[in-house]
Design a protein around this ligand. Structure first.
Ligand code: 0RA
Length: 649
């Protein structure tokens, strides 16, 4: 360290020393990877700010073999002129003065970085070394730091004809422990989100650490609208394009802008993701409540006006069923409930979002009455279902579905009476039911064969009595022994604590009919036994499509691609080798041993857990499970073997 440090620089050092001493306070936990990755977001945010300011369209992130990481942008370049107060270059101030990033230029320029975090200087403090290279005014400048302390001047090292900034840093391993390597997947998914939230920004990530460099690029001209489309990619949507809503309101501190994309599908789940200044607020907050308020009043108003509402009003849950939405708020000075910014609490935002959404959504409905009707119809159905589930309780009690008759005759129950170790297979068809009964572990596995298609309860919401006259439905209610109806406060309503089995496993053929029956069962469960799904008791069995054999070797394939891969593998060097290929047209074609081995044995089976959360993750899962990429799919199943995998409805 040089002797000629002035008062300003000493202050700087004290600031950075504090970061090194208590990295957790500034960057998050240095031992579980969160602070390590926070360093990247911190640096990237500055480049995103240049994009928001209108000067940058590309960010390049490179993971180097020596475990340093660089972030390059093509913005204006950090200013290099002398800073009056500190007597050092502006760049050095930004690199070494805590919080300098946000305070440096207090115009409306800083949106994400200025409000996101602690600035590049905090990252500098926890880096073994950091180098900044600036392209500005035709000159290339460079300066190097170690543990946050300058070890060279900002030097002109060449000429250039572009502008921009590259910051490279190597995390100091005396500060980060346990997880000390950058995680490509985490970086990829976070920066993908960043590029969705910044329409037009190109983010290129290159991993140079392995034998072969690996590169991905994220660039979405459609921004949050494309984000929503992707989240709904595998759903049946009610309207082809997300509804885009944008608005702005001036408050004392500056402009608050709100941007939303909304799209309904025929799914049951609701997924609303909220952001403030590009940061995810996983617990929502005032933007979320503003949106909810507007949706409820707007959709009820429209339904009344169009005479689509017969009796009661639609509840918030009703109008949000099947909705995927992104809410992105930019605010000059937001407040959060905690350091981690999980929840936005700035109260004025609720009113701003509510007003903007109410106005724009009404406009949309006026201009697109057919979409408006579909959305209202969906909400009305949800509302009727809610009412039906309420009635169900009385009805089933009166008819003795619950108490009378004991266990259904078709049920092959398990021996154990400890629900926590018991499972019930809901099996399509009698012949599959037969194999399952023979093949099962009869101590813990019960089998309930269901004949043919179960009733489509969605079409019977006006006539609940009919739902409960249905044989298969009565049988399920009695076998589960946990009541029916979603309102937990009602006596006799479905109660997971009374469930006779911890796992309800739907096992249907791996074909279109099987998928249909599965949907009908899930629909019934969602409408009348929702807590079973919400509390994670419902699973989908995953039977194979093919058996492949060579001599005594038996293998199973879950897709055509996997079948081909296994055939290649079994042939090995002998292309003439005889491989037996059996295609299972239905579960019934499997003998009991095969069914046990491939689909029912808890040690080896793969099941999907039915959830109503995290649409995004599940989409990726779906892609992986049902997609074309066989090695990826296999790796996935191995990683998530047994009960780890989710199916979002
Ligand atoms: C302060 C002022 C200006 C730009 C920047 C900071 C800036 C910082 C970083 C960090 C990474 N990339 C960056 N790009 C820009 C505005 C300078 C001007 O008015 O020309």
């Amino acid at each position: 360290m040089s002797e000629d440090y002035d008062a300003g620089s000493i202050q700087v050092l004290e600031g950075l020393e504090a970061v090194r001493k208590r990295p957790g306070m500034y960057l998050g936990d240095p031992h579980d990877g969160s602070a390590l990755h926070h360093c990247i977001w911190e640096v990237v945010d500055n480049s995103v700010d240049e994009h928001l300011a209108g000067f940058n369209d590309t960010v390049e992130v490179v993971l180097h073999p020596d475990h340093s990481l660089s972030v390059r942008d093509y913005g204006r370049g950090i200013p290099v002129d002398q800073h009056d107060e500190f007597g050092i270059s502006a760049a050095e101030v930004i690199m070494t003065k805590l919080h300098a990033g946000g305070k440096f230029d207090n115009s409306s320029y800083k949106v994400s970085g200025g409000l996101h975090g602690v600035g590049v200087s905090a990252v500098n403090a926890v880096s073994e070394w950091m180098e900044v290279v600036i392209h500005r005014d035709g000159t290339v400048y460079k300066q190097r730091f170690e543990a946050g302390v300058r070890v060279s001047d900002l030097e002109a090292i060449g000429t250039c004809d572009d502008t921009g900034t590259t910051i490279t840093f190597k995390p100091d391993l005396s500060i980060f422990t346990n997880i000390i390597e950058f995680d490509f997947d985490q970086i990829d998914s976070r920066l993908k989100e960043t590029s969705f939230l910044n329409a037009g920004l190109r983010i290129v990530i290159t991993d140079e650490r392995g034998d072969e460099a690996h590169q991905v690029e994220h660039h979405y001209e459609g921004g949050i609208s494309e984000f929503v489309k992707q989240l709904n990619a595998r759903r049946e949507t009610l309207h082809p394009d997300p509804i885009l809503i944008a608005g702005e309101k001036e408050i004392e501190k500056g402009p608050v802008t709100v941007e939303l994309a909304l799209q309904w599908s025929d799914a049951f789940s609701e997924s609303i993701q909220c952001y403030t200044n590009i940061i995810r607020n996983k617990d929502g907050g005032t933007h979320m409540s503003g949106l909810r308020g507007a949706l409820t009043s707007c959709i009820n108003g429209y339904a009344k006006k169009k005479n689509l509402l017969k009796n009661d009003g639609l509840s918030g849950d009703d109008v949000r069923e099947g909705l995927v939405a992104i809410v992105s708020v930019k605010h000059p000075d937001p407040s959060f409930s905690s350091q981690t910014k999980d929840k936005l609490v700035s109260s004025e935002v609720a009113g701003i979002v509510q007003t903007v959404v109410y106005e724009k959504l009404n406009e949309f409905f006026e201009e697109n009455p057919s979409v408006g009707k579909l959305i209202v119809d969906k909400a009305v159905l949800a509302s009727k279902a809610r009412e039906a589930a309420r009635k169900a309780r009385d009805l089933t009690r009166r008819k003795g579905v619950l108490e009378g008759g004991g266990l259904p005759g078709k049920l092959a129950d398990c021996q154990s009476r400890k629900p926590e170790e018991c499972e019930i297979y809901l099996v399509e068809g009698d012949s599959a039911g037969g194999s399952a009964k023979t093949g099962r572990d009869r101590r813990t596995q019960a089998i309930l064969p269901l004949r043919g298609k179960i009733l489509n309860v969605e079409r019977q919401m006006h006539n609940v009595a009919k739902v409960f006259q249905n044989n298969e439905i009565q049988t399920m209610i009695r076998a589960f022994g946990a009541g029916v109806g979603n309102n937990e406060d009602d006596e006799g309503a479905f109660n997971t604590e009374k469930l006779r089995y911890n796992k309800l496993i739907i096992m249907t053929d791996a074909d279109v009919d099987g998928a249909h029956i599965r949907t009908l069962m899930l629909t019934f469960l969602w409408r009348f036994m929702r807590p079973a799904i919400e509390k994670g008791h419902v699973y989908i069995a995953h039977p194979p499509l093919y058996q492949l054999s060579k001599g005594k070797i038996n293998r199973y394939a879950f897709s055509d691609e996997e079948r081909d891969a296994i055939i290649d593998e079994l042939r090995g060097d002998n292309p003439a080798a005889k491989i037996g290929v059996q295609r299972y047209k239905g579960l019934g074609e499997m003998n009991p041993e095969q069914l046990w081995e491939t689909t029912m044995n808890p040690e080896t089976r793969t099941m999907l857990k039915v959830t109503v959360k995290e649409a995004e993750e599940t989409d990726r899962m779906f892609e992986t499970l049902m997609g074309e990429d066989v090695p990826e799919r296999r790796a996935f199943i191995e990683r998530h073997a047994k009960e780890g995998t989710n199916l979002d409805i």
